[in-house]
Design a protein around this ligand. Structure first.
Ligand SMILES: NC(=O)c1ccc[n+]([C@@H]2O[C@H](COP(=O)([O-])OP(=O)(O)OC[C@H]3O[C@@H](n4cnc5c(N)ncnc54)[C@H](O)[C@@H]3O)[C@@H](O)[C@H]2O)c1
Length: 320
């Protein structure tokens, strides 16, 4: 039975790929996005253009606008929700704290309140590995305590998990939170390391390496993330949280070397102190995701970066 999936943040990196996969398998997608200019709107528009499909309905809508959001949902109540819209970024949250409250907290609450009325079969939402904050124990497990976030962004993601628990407890809403670990791949986000470094290297500008480059990240390829999101949409749980990560942590400096290799250019490196709010290492324990979602990452860093650079050379052909 085809589903009608309401996707927030459908013009985003992950949302557009989730929509594409759902449409390809025969589901209907109602997608919303406010098309904000946190990064180039042209990229968001290009993503939307490539996923055009008779079964996709797109609405320009801000999740912080309760009335418009409710009206959009009321016109065609979905069977499933995939909530990905958020204000992301750690550094940006130091400079613009209120937008995190508006979108990630108020927007999330709006959506929960409206969905309570329309009773979807499943409500899946994006959390983040950043909730682990200063957690010293690696790999990060969903059993670990996450009461000490170190950025406002992380605090809003943890808030989402708490709100979801309340709505499950009070109203029986089925909710699943997905803690994504540093997602990369074609059509990615220009504020994140992979894409950001590629752009800076091509412009001959230095790349910022925080903590003098002594950082580790569990880089996860977009299609692996999307398989996990689809498995979650298809498998309603009462209230669950899952890690979606590759579960193989890379040294940031080895990651930079690979980028240099793919671009055939050496990066100028700006060695900087640790960035406030940032974490030293991320690493996902995905045992529970494997067991309950059948989540199994398929794409290693070399293959994933190859896919990214194939796309990057094409999308930014003017730079080559
Ligand atoms: N990409 C990652 O590595 C990563 C890691 C952890 C968590 N996440 C989470 O996954 C989700 C998707 O991330 P992404 O990488 O695709 O980011 P993205 O910024 O590319 O996508 C988010 C989309 O939401 C839209 N949006 C923002 N505020 C909105 C609002 N108020 N109303 C409507 N739309 C709004 C944006 O315009 C954007 O298109 C986010 O919730 C993010 O916090 C991403």
């Amino acid at each position: 039975m085809p589903k009608t999936v309401f996707i927030t943040g459908v013009a985003g990196f992950i949302g557009s790929r989730v929509a594409e996969k759902l449409l390809a398998r025969g589901d209907k997608v109602i997608g919303i996005d406010n098309m904000n200019d946190y990064y180039p709107v042209s990229l968001k528009k290009a993503r939307l253009e490539r996923i055009q499909h008779p079964n996709l309905r797109f609405e320009l809508c801000d999740i912080a606008d309760y009335e418009k959001l409710r009206d959009t949902i009321r016109r065609e109540p979905p069977t499933h929700v995939c909530h990905l819209a958020a204000q992301a970024g750690v550094r940006y949250s130091l400079e613009n704290p209120f937008i995190y409250q508006k979108t990630n907290v108020e927007g999330f609450l709006n959506l929960l309140e409206i969905m309570r009325e329309f009773e979807p079969e499943n409500f899946v939402y994006a959390s983040s590995s950043s909730v682990y904050g200063k957690n010293k124990k690696t790999p990060f497990s969903v059993e670990d305590n996450v009461d000490m976030p170190i950025s406002l962004y992380a605090a809003t993601k943890k808030t989402s998990e708490l709100f979801a628990h309340v709505y499950h407890h009070l109203y029986g809403m089925k909710t699943t939170g997905l803690r994504f670990f540093t997602v990369y791949g074609p059509w990615g986000r220009p504020d994140m390391a992979c894409y950001k470094f590629a752009l800076l290297i091509m412009q001959g500008k230095p790349i910022p390496l925080f903590n003098n480059g002594d950082m580790y990240r569990d880089f996860t390829y977009i299609d692996d993330i999307v398989s996990g999101v689809l498995a979650s949409i298809d498998t309603p749980f009462d209230y669950e949280i899952f890690n979606l990560g590759n579960s193989k942590t890379e040294k940031l400096m080895s990651f930079v070397e690979l980028i240099e290799k793919y671009l055939g250019r050496e990066a100028r490196k700006d060695m900087l102190p640790m960035q406030p709010g940032d974490v030293h290492k991320t690493s996902a324990n995905i045992d529970k995701s494997r067991k309950l979602l059948g989540f199994q990452p398929q794409t290693g860093i070399k293959e994933g970066l190859k896919h990214f650079f194939d796309w990057f050379r094409d999308y930014h052909s003017d730079m080559f």
